[in-house]
Unconditional design. Structure first.
Lengths: 815, 101
């Protein structure tokens, strides 16, 4: 249904003149100019004012179906606007009010749906003040004339606004402005008008309860004399438009953000300094006008409305937004190169993909009392140190959260707080009240409800797309924009976090170590029993497998070593068995070998704690050389063999709630090197299986460790086969050919020391030495040659997001 | 007299309810941590008993519950919120402020 309701089209789009001179050469001037542009010459080129509302006007945004509904009412509304001070209540309404009063007083029967009556009865109950209220509210207030319902107020107001009786009036009748506003609202409710115009009412505040009934506004059926057919069934869900321009509003009430159906909201020309984050609840909002206010930043939640909601038209200029200091912000990666001196150009691939995150401002930390922590203080460092730890909320915060849920907490005044509350807590209580009035707020990072923010920062986003309105066709305009060197137009969005670890994603704390922890925050924790462990290691006849077996034995662990043909290495078998280990025959290619080994070991009462899948070899050749059987053989040894072992031994680990599976993988599986196609495919298959298995068995305290090994001084080269088919002549001199030659002829110079690698693997498995505190790591790259390859893969992924990230985020189903 | 470095400490409310909780949990509170610090030579530090005159048994019980809740969920993600009875929230707020937690 979204598509049917057109938004007001941009009236005139004044194209900005081309700016050819803006380039890196005159960085400073271009910077200034852009800012000037962004503040005053709004790129949207649209008036910040709302579309005019005349009774005779067909509202631009309304379709044909609204025509019948609006026409009869709008004339009447005009009449109200002129004479609000003179108008008295219309007769039919008086009747209704009287009826209601009678019902409250006499019958004791009310309709189940009429909450207000129920509440009015309950709230005038003398037993209304419970323990809590006694402690929260000043007792003497209860006896003053401003008791829950002042008689006078109820007499006049129940008549006018039957649903508003619950409001506590503090001793005086409502101002005329408020009464007039209520009249307009009631009129709209009664007539089913979807457009509520409360503009120019000079209201300093929105009285409580004014907007609440609008939640239940229902459109009147528009059918008059048209024949009934399927085409004429229209939804009665209103296209709710609320206009509040030219008032002197300084705060917005919580009711406003409960109007779920609100589609258009105008707050133009008020005195707002901040838009509460609860605006994020207006999921249906399509058009928002915040122009001519005192705003210095926008709530971050607006971005959510743009990305996940329907917000398509945002008018924010003019306001008091500060300039972005491009030197003091942290730019997103895609802008980093250009941002040094000036505002960057919009990357061509990002045109049309909005909103566009540009940069983050510095993080401000708050202490528990809501004061800004000085960046030079020790407390600040303490906060930064906490960035990586997960902290349960403080008791103070928990109590404040509960306070916001207290009944009528939003109506307490400062005098209502009990005297024994220390003054240091008053700001926190006031803040809690603000939160309560705003209807609660949730942390934009972790989603938890909170009262006192702990972190705060400004994110700079370009939302020009939304400022121009959705009708502006980017597909057509984008090439033009590119030609004109389109400049980014940052807008500040303020974001809060509820704990020291709720931080912007790209904040990089001082050490790389902590950064790592921040980004990988959701890692599971593992424990290890404090006893000698039983290691099952495949491929122990040489190389890394043997080294790991020796280290494990030297540390008094039980080692079950395996190889295809133990008879080939009798001296090793003797060495391992003499040191308390065992040596078994295991051909990983044999489909039944794994299960046989398991039953053999179970028979001997060996419970495997650590499985090291080390055995392997490679078939080398250009991808087109490989025959089907070669590919399958490679897969058999490197993928199916280890996965059969996993299949046999992981269930026991899961049942015993401890185990580690180490898969010796390769840089080939990670990045892929010419001539290693078959091997890379098999290793990648293994890695893929490990990644998923790791997640599945982490709750059972079973770890997976994938070791990406570079070139080490093992017998890998000699264990390599080459494809049977000859290399086609075209490949002569190519990298494939060179690699094949180097590996098969033993010219491949190993850089890594397998003993050192085995020691690292052992320590990481055990969580000792270099592995201490890194028990939850899943990947272990080893070898100097692996570092550039890991970085290459990482950069390739980053690059793919830089190029296609926006496309990726733009192919969703439009709701 | 309890050993100053013992594993458990005793918190006493003004109406003489005693709560024995692990030292590590109690030390979540900065105030209690400083009271119990043996080097400070406060009597609390020596005896492992803290008399909290501002708190009633009901409040202190909730405070102890919080200590254990915090101990259980520190270094964890997806921490559930602890239930705070509405009628206690102001007193707990003041207690939390006093205990610096």
């Amino acid at each position: 249904m979204d598509g049917e309701v057109p938004l007001p089209p941009p009236r005139r789009i004044r194209h900005r003149s081309p700016a050819p001179a803006r380039s890196a050469t005159n960085a400073a001037s271009s910077l200034d100019r852009t800012r000037r542009l962004s503040r005053f010459d709004d790129c949207s080129s649209q008036p910040s004012s709302d579309p005019a509302l005349f009774s005779s006007d067909d509202i631009p945004a309304s379709g044909l179906e609204n025509y019948h509904a609006t026409t009869p009412g709008s004339g009447r509304k005009r009449r109200y606007r002129g004479t609000w001070w003179g108008e008295q209540v219309l007769d039919p309404k008086r009747k209704r009010g009287e009826f209601k009063e009678k019902r409250n007083v006499d019958s004791g029967v009310w309709m189940g749906s009429d909450e207000s009556s129920v509440e009015s009865i309950m709230s005038s109950d003398p037993a209304w003040g419970d323990d809590l209220r006694k402690s929260v509210l000043d007792p003497k207030n209860a006896s003053t004339p401003s008791t829950p319902i002042a008689p006078r107020a109820s007499a006049t107001d129940t008549e006018q606004t039957p649903t508003q009786v619950r409001v506590r009036f503090r001793g005086m009748a409502e101002s005329q402005q408020h009464q007039a506003a209520r009249k307009v609202v009631n009129e709209c409710l009664e007539k089913g008008h979807e457009t509520i115009d409360l503009g120019n009412f000079q209201m300093g505040t929105i009285p409580p309860g004014l907007l609440k009934p609008l939640q239940h506004l229902t459109k009147l059926p528009s059918v008059s004399e048209t024949p009934v057919s399927e085409d004429f069934f229209t939804s009665l869900t209103p296209f709710l438009r609320l206009y509040l321009p030219n008032n002197s509003l300084e705060t917005l009430p919580k009711d406003l953000f409960e109007l779920e159906k609100l589609m258009v909201l105008s707050l133009r020309n008020n005195r707002l300094t901040e838009i509460p984050s609860s605006i994020g609840r207006l999921n249906n909002l399509r058009s928002l006008n915040l122009a001519v206010n005192q705003l210095e930043f926008l709530p971050w939640e607006l971005l959510t409305l743009m990305r996940d909601g329907n917000l398509a038209h945002l008018t924010v200029h003019p306001n008091k937004f500060p300039k972005m200091d491009s030197k003091k912000v942290q730019w997103l990666k895609r802008f980093r190169d250009e941002s040094a001196s000036s505002l960057p150009l919009i990357p061509p691939e990002a045109v049309g993909a909005y909103p566009l995150h540009m940069a983050n401002g510095p993080v401000t930390y708050f202490d528990p009392y809501g004061k800004v922590i000085n960046p030079n203080s020790s407390l600040y460092n303490e906060m930064q140190a906490k960035a990586t730890s997960k902290n349960a909320p403080s008791l103070r915060e928990l109590a404040l959260r509960q306070a916001t849920k207290l009944e009528n907490f939003d109506q307490t005044t400062d005098e209502d707080f009990p005297e024994e509350v220390p003054w240091t807590l008053l700001p926190a209580l006031k803040k809690a009240r603000e939160v309560c009035i705003a209807g609660g707020q949730s942390c934009s990072v972790c989603g938890r409800e909170y009262v006192m923010p702990c972190t705060q920062w400004t994110e700079w986003w370009d939302v020009s797309h939304y400022e121009m309105g959705q009708d502006w066709n980017w597909a057509v305009q984008s090439s033009e924009i590119r030609a004109r060197a389109y400049m980014l137009r940052p807008l500040p969005f303020r974001r809060h976090g509820c704990s020291p670890s709720c931080l912007p994603r790209l904040v990089i704390p001082t050490t790389t170590h902590t950064h790592h922890k921040t980004t990988m925050a959701s890692q599971p924790t593992f424990t290890k029993p404090n006893r000698p462990l039983t290691w099952l290691i495949t491929g122990c006849s040489s190389g890394l497998g043997l080294s790991i077996a020796r280290i494990a034995q030297s540390k008094h662990h039980t080692v079950i070593a395996t190889s295809r043909q133990p008879t080939r290495t009798p001296e090793l078998v003797t060495e391992i068995t003499q040191n308390g280990g065992e040596w078994h025959t295991l051909d990983v290619n044999d489909p039944t070998a794994a299960s046989e080994l398991l039953s053999k070991l179970e028979h001997a009462d060996h419970k495997i704690d650590i499985l090291v899948n080390n055995a392997g070899y490679a078939i080398l050749g250009a991808v087109e050389q490989f025959s089907d059987s070669e590919l399958r053989a490679q897969m058999e040894t490197v993928y199916f063999g280890p996965s059969r072992l996993i299949h046999q031994f992981v269930p026991g680990m899961r049942e015993r709630r401890f185990g580690v599976v180490v898969n010796i993988s390769s840089g080939a599986g990670l990045e892929g090197r010419e001539s290693m196609g078959a091997y890379a495919a098999a290793k990648a298959a293994m890695d893929g299986l490990s990644k998923v298995l790791a997640k599945e068995v982490a709750p059972f305290n079973v770890r997976l460790l994938t070791v990406w090994l570079g070139v080490f001084d093992t017998a890998f080269g000699t264990a390599c086969l080459t494809a049977e088919k000859p290399l086609p002549g075209d490949y002569e001199g190519s990298v494939v050919a060179q690699m094949l030659e180097a590996i098969t002829e033993g010219k491949l110079v190993a850089d890594g020391d397998k003993e050192k690698a085995a020691k690292v693997i052992y320590e990481v498995v055990q969580g000792e030495g270099v592995g201490s505190g890194h028990e939850s790591e899943r990947f272990l790259p080893l070898g100097r040659d692996m570092i550039p390859r890991v970085k290459l893969v990482r950069d390739q992924l980053d690059h793919s997001l830089d190029v296609f990230g926006d496309v990726a985020g733009n192919v969703y189903l439009t709701r | 007299m309890a050993d100053s470095a013992s594993e458990y400490v005793t918190l006493i409310s003004h109406d003489d309810y005693e709560f024995i909780i692990p030292r590590s949990a109690a030390c979540i509170s900065g105030t209690i941590r400083r009271m119990l610090d043996p080097s400070s030579k406060f009597s609390e530090g020596l005896t492992g008993r803290c008399k909290l005159d501002d708190m009633s048994g009901v409040v202190l019980e909730k405070v102890c519950e919080y200590f254990c809740y915090h101990e259980k969920y520190k270094d964890q993600t997806n921490v559930p919120d602890m239930d705070i009875p509405p009628e206690l929230c102001l007193e707990l707020l003041m207690a939390a402020d006093y205990l610096d937690t």
